[in-house]
Design a protein around this ligand. Structure first.
Ligand code: FEO
Length: 398
């Protein structure tokens, strides 16, 4: 018997909590796991919307058979070909050999590439519809949210948006499937934004286009491919997507450092304290050697102020800090205020590299930077206070 969660009449969530995987896409830590959500519509014609990662293939097929009984599966709608959602396609096709695979023109080359499947395909384009009986599906393209072939499926009569990766999150579900069944949305928010910033964040302009398109629809339920289903807080999550995709930052500061022997770290701690003394309410301190960049980027996506410090390393920047800078350049996050500090030991290079990063990413430099020679002296600490005060003053202006 399968766990059956009905979204609306004859529309079912078939979600899988993955608590075993350690790294999503083999790079993002999954301390709280992740879900893969598939959906089944049982009408005169039956349709599955997306699948799950390959290890869940057997469970997914068993679930579909349990729900459909004697009926067969008529359609498999492929909103996205990334293997976390397409991994069970082959097993679904093996089990239901006549199933029609629904996708757009960019879907099928990837389908063939990953799984060698070329038959029983039905190509749809922007705005096309597919009737299942009482349920009618309509398709909208959302390229690069977050692959070129990404699309969403809208069920017209019940106003359900199967939103693919959009509005999804890291984190498994603790029994609550709908947003109003999740008791700690604040906690979940961190994983929603970490998912957005690290997986979708690079494509803010495309997210804006997708949001503009979806604003023309009346939506009662948003059913993403990861995380909870939105029904009570749809305006809330849509507003978050607007803010994140336009790189809006809240009043707060992320102090992030790379430190070999604790001298740059000491300066970071002074700066964090001076920020609080200057009236900044939200301050987060991160050590790039300790914390995975996805968590640091998550905080930088949230807050407008960033103060970065690095020790020198072989005449350049400390490698874990270099990794973070490279990630941030890759995502192209805009419109942040940047303070710079560090320590030089025998050669310097850390502060120089952060300045080069600032030029590339075009963030506004705030305050006068400080580079201590080896360990910070009293004058260096005074200059750390100046950076904190300048950042606090700049934040007050927003
Ligand atoms: Fe959840 Fe882009 O895959």
């Amino acid at each position: 018997m399968s766990l059956k969660v009905e979204l609306s009449e004859k529309v079912y969530w078939l979600g899988f909590n993955d608590r075993r995987k350690h790294l999503f896409e083999n790079q993002w830590p999954l301390e709280k796991g992740v879900t893969y959500n598939a959906y089944l519509i049982d009408d005169e014609k039956t349709a599955l919307i997306d699948t799950a990662e390959a290890p869940f293939s057997g469970d997914l097929v068993a679930w579909i058979k349990d729900l459909l009984g004697e009926k067969t599966l008529d359609y498999l709608v492929i909103n996205h070909m990334e293997p976390d959602h397409s991994g069970a396609i082959k097993e679904v096709v093996n089990e239901f050999p006549d199933v029609i695979l629904v996708g757009n023109r960019k879907t099928f080359p990837i389908l063939e590439g990953f799984y060698g499947i070329t038959k029983n395909i039905h190509e749809v384009a922007e705005g096309d519809t597919l009737s299942l009986g009482n349920h009618v599906l309509q398709f909208f393209m959302i390229p690069m949210v977050h692959w070129p072939e990404s699309m969403v499926t809208y069920e017209i009569n019940n106003k359900i948006l199967f939103s693919n990766d959009a509005f999804g999150s890291f984190g498994t579900l603790n029994g609550g499937v709908f947003d109003d069944e999740v008791d700690d949305l604040t906690c979940f928010n961190e994983e929603i934004r970490r998912y957005y910033s690290n997986i979708v964040g690079k494509y803010g302009a495309q997210v804006q286009k997708a949001l503009a398109k979806l604003e023309t629809l009346t939506i009662k339920l948003i059913a993403p491919s990861h995380g909870m289903i939105w029904r009570s807080k749809i305006p809330y999550i849509v507003e978050k997507y607007h803010n994140w995709s336009t790189h809006l930052g809240e009043a707060g500061v992320v102090v992030v450092f790379g430190s070999m022997y604790g001298n740059t770290e000491k300066m970071a701690d002074y700066i964090a304290r001076f920020l609080i003394e200057a009236g900044v309410k939200h301050v987060r301190v991160h050590d790039t050697s300790k914390t995975h960049s996805s968590y640091i980027i998550n905080d930088i996506w949230k807050f407008k102020g960033v103060i970065m410090g690095s020790s020198a390393y072989n005449g350049g920047i400390f490698p874990p800090m270099a990794h973070l800078l490279s990630d941030l350049e890759h995502y192209g996050l805009r419109d942040r205020y940047l303070g710079i500090f560090g320590s030089s030991s025998w050669g310097g290079g850390g502060v120089r590299a952060i300045n080069k990063f600032a030029e590339t990413i075009k963030w506004e430099i705030v305050g006068e930077q400080v580079e201590a020679r080896c360990a910070p002296n009293e004058s260096d600490i005074d200059r750390c206070r100046n950076i904190a005060n300048a950042m606090a003053a700049r934040l007050l202006e927003i």
